[in-house]
Design a protein around this ligand. Structure first.
Ligand SMILES: N[C@@H](CCC[C@H](N)C(=O)O)C(=O)O
Length: 280
């Protein structure tokens, strides 16, 4: 299978062109390829397929390193736009990319950055999904470290956002996996730890569902800005400083789309033998 290894702020991807090849990629093959010693290594595998929706340039599917298929990936969609452009599959600077049930518009900027319209966030518990009687600005979750207050946001995929005083000492490794699989989130959840620095700047670490802590998470950055804006603590444009670098997120407010801008880069291209039925 031919593939392209890409990264955005250290969040890394294997992009597979399934327009010109037809790889068979069951969950165990994705897990084997994700292995950083025995495979290629990545946070997500992105599969570019022919679009099902009229007016879309391409459809793409997203698989976490644990083999689970998910709904959206903010850094991934920027890498996919860069891949489609650089490989000549969609040469224009503006693309319409189809993911599960939504069209995402991307724009390649003159300075090499990629901007993406991430759509409007969903905040109703049923759409996240979160088990809660009604929508609230904050929910209380029982954890082994006591009750935690979280905001819950769907950017197409589910996010819990916790406010912390200092992101460097936040209990990401302890609370991340616990909240990721908390019974209140029936589909699991990505967990963001957000430190507000000023109205236009936050620091963020994200424990990604199906992966673990990553250097950057695009949908996580958007969810954190939405949560901070709804709490009245952030301006419409925010620099989100993640471990791997900075994303700029712009959200005018409820009912409006979130825009995110940041880098997306090809690291190398390669060919890999797909793991056989016995995983060899
Ligand atoms: N890296 C991502 C998010 C990928 C999906 C996530 N782990 C999930 O399970 O929803 C991003 O940049 O948004």
């Amino acid at each position: 299978m031919h593939f392209t290894k890409m990264e955005a702020l250290g969040n890394d991807f294997v992009v597979v062109d399934a327009l010109r090849q037809r790889p068979h990629l069951p969950a165990e093959a994705v897990r084997a390829l994700a292995d950083r010693r025995r495979g290629i290594g990545f946070d997500q595998l992105l599969l570019a397929e022919p679009p099902a929706h009229l007016g879309a340039d391409v459809r793409y599917r997203i698989f976490n390193a644990d083999g689970s298929e998910v709904e959206h990936c903010g850094n991934g969609v920027r890498c996919l736009a860069r891949f489609l452009h650089d490989s000549g599959l969609a040469p224009g600077p503006r693309l319409r990319i189809e993911t599960e049930g939504r069209i995402t518009e991307t724009r390649l900027e003159d300075d090499g950055q990629v901007a993406v319209d991430m759509g409007a966030p969903a905040l109703e518990p049923g759409r996240i999904p979160l088990r809660a009687a009604e929508r609230a600005a904050a929910y209380r979750l029982a954890t082994s470290r006591g009750e935690q207050e979280i905001a819950a946001v769907s950017m197409g995929n589910p996010h819990a956002v916790l406010r912390v005083d200092a992101v460097d000492t936040a209990p990401v490794a302890q609370l991340g996996p616990e909240i990721e699989r908390h019974p209140r989130f029936p589909n699991g959840v990505n967990v963001g730890f957000m430190e507000r620095v000023e109205r236009g700047r936050i620091r963020l670490r994200v424990f990604e569902r199906g992966v673990g802590e990553t250097p950057a998470c695009g949908t996580g950055a958007c969810a954190a800005v939405v949560a901070g804006r709804l709490a009245g603590r952030l301006d419409a444009t925010v620099a989100v400083e993640l471990t791997g670098g900075t994303l700029v997120v712009h959200w005018p407010g409820e009912g409006r789309a979130v825009w995110m801008t940041g880098p997306a880069r090809t690291v190398f291209r390669g060919e890999v033998e797909l793991p056989g039925p016995a995983g060899r």
